[in-house]
Design a protein around this ligand. Sequence first.
Ligand SMILES: *Cc1c(COP(=O)(O)O)cnc(C)c1O
Length: 377
Amino acid sequence: MSAISLQEMARLRVKAISDNDRLRVLGSYERHDGVHISHTGETYINFSTNDYLGLATHPQMIEAAVNATKRFGVGSGASRYVTGNHPLYTQLEARIAAYKRHESSLVFSSGYAANIAVIPALMGKGDVILADKLSHACMIDGAKLSGARLVRFKHNDVADLEAKLINAKATARNVLVLTETIFSMDGDRAPLGDISDVCKTHDAWLMTDDAHGFGVWLDQPKVGDICMGTLSKAAGSFGGYVAASHDVIECIKQTARPLIFSTALPPSVLAASLEALSYISELSSSKSVENSNSFCEIIGIKPTESAIVPLHVGSEADALLASQKLKDKGFWVNAIRPPTVPVGTSRLRFTFSALHTPTMVQALSKALKELGIVAPT
Ligand SMILES: *Cc1c(COP(=O)(O)O)cnc(C)c1O
C-alpha cells in the first residue's frame, strides 16, 4: 500500500473537520476588564468567560502578582521536588484545604493536569471508574490513562449510576465515581447528596470536579472523598488543585506524574491565587448566578443554578451563525460544537460574570429576541 505524505495526511484530517463545520479557529483576544473583550480591533461585551468574578483583572490580584514577580522572578526554575517548591505553595494549599473543608490539598499546574494526575495516581488495572456521561474531557483522559475500566453512567441519573455501581462492585477491586459539581457545558448541578449516598451504600469512592462551582456555588454541600478544581476560572489566576484527606494527598504526592515531571508554577501565580482565596472566602452572595438567573427569566427558560446557560440552536452551522449574529450586535458568545458536546447538541453557551450589569444582561436578551434566536415575550 502506498503511504501518503505527512502533509497530505494533515490536510485530509483538517478538511474532514472543516467539512463538518467543526473547524476551530485560534483567534486573538485581549481583556482589560472582567466584561469586555477586544478582537481584531472591535470591543464586545463578553459572555464567554470563566472569569466569573472579574478577578483576572482585579487591581489587588495584579498587585499581588507583580509584587511576587519583583521579589521572586518570573519562572520557578524547577519542578516542585527539585527546587521549585516556593513557600507560597504551602500557604496556598493550606487555604484551599480549609476552604474546601478537607484535611489537605495539592496544587497542580492546571485543572487538566490535576485530573490526569490524580485519577491515575489512585486507580489502576482491575479497578472500575464510573463517570457521568457529560464529564469533562480531562476526567475521561485521566480515567483512560489510569488503565482502569471506564464505564459511563447517564447524566445525573442516580438510578443508572447505582445499577452500574452494583455491577462494577461484583468484579472490581476498587470503584471511583466521577462527576462535576456544575457541568461545564450545561450549567446544571449534579445531585451531589444522592450520588454521595449511593457511593457510601455500595462502598465506592467519590471524586467531584468543581471547576465551575468554585467561587460560584457558595453553599455547596461537602460530599465525596476527593474534590478537584481550577484556579483559572472564578479564581482569576492559574493552576489546579485537589483536596482530600492527608493519606490520599500523600499518596498522590508520591505517584502523580504531572506533579513530579513538570515545572512548578511561577510565584506570581501562587500569590494571585492566594489573593483570590481571600476574596472568595469572604463572598456572601453569588452575583454571577444572580445575573444568569435574571437572564433565564427574561428569555423565559428554566434557570440553571450556575453562571452557565446553554441555548440549543440546532446544527453546528446554526450555532456558528447565531454566534456571528450576536457578534455583529456587540456580544461575544461562543458556539460550542461536537466533540466538546455530544453530536446534535450544538449550542450557544453564555457565561455570566458578577461584573455584568443588569443593563448588559437586558441588552443581550433583547438582541436574542430581535435576532429570533429566542421567542419574543
Ligand atoms: C476547565 C475545566 C477543567 C480544567 O481546568 P484548567 O485549569 O483550565 O486546566 C477541568 N474540569 C472542568 C469541568 C473544566 O471545566
